[in-house]
Write a new protein. Structure first.
Length: 145
């Protein structure tokens, strides 16, 4: 049951993060759209033409899968280290690590450069806000499931 709760909370947090990312991008407030980044990367790896429909379908799928995995991974730690999953002192460093991983691993692998510099100079800050949304949503949803 505890793994299912972590996965569900991860997916819920991923939905909130994606919504903020897409709306911010469409309004011109953000330079990065997580769904487009994920979808474009997967389409290129599959050697598929990346039209808007395929990009969004793949992007949503990959984004929610990675969010579920992040929720699953987080839910393992409290089980073995004996602390409450909603403990902010445990969750905050985990989400901070996810943010750093996005900046120094995921964005460069997706072709956006370190810190997402190809998208814009302040993408690192956008990603910080989006990861705060993920962390707060994850913390909140852990209390629901």
């Amino acid at each position: 049951m505890w793994l299912t709760e972590g996965v569900a909370a991860g997916v819920i947090a991923g939905v909130f993060m994606a919504i903020i990312s897409v709306i911010g991008y469409l309004l011109g407030l953000l330079k990065s759209n997580l769904i487009i980044i994920d979808g474009s990367f997967v389409a290129s790896q599959l050697k598929r033409e990346a039209n808007r429909t395929i990009t969004y379908a793949l992007g949503i799928f990959i984004h929610l899968c990675t969010s579920a995995i992040f929720g699953l991974v987080y839910s393992i730690f409290p089980r073995f280290l004996d602390f409450d999953t909603r403990l902010i002192y445990a969750l905050a460093p985990y989400v901070f690590f996810l943010w750093l991983a996005m900046l120094f691993t995921a964005l460069p692998v997706a072709g956006q450069g370190i810190l997402g510099r190809k998208l814009g100079k302040l993408v690192w800050a956008e990603q910080f806000v989006l990861h705060m949304v993920f962390g707060i949503s994850f913390w909140w949803s852990l209390g629901l499931v």
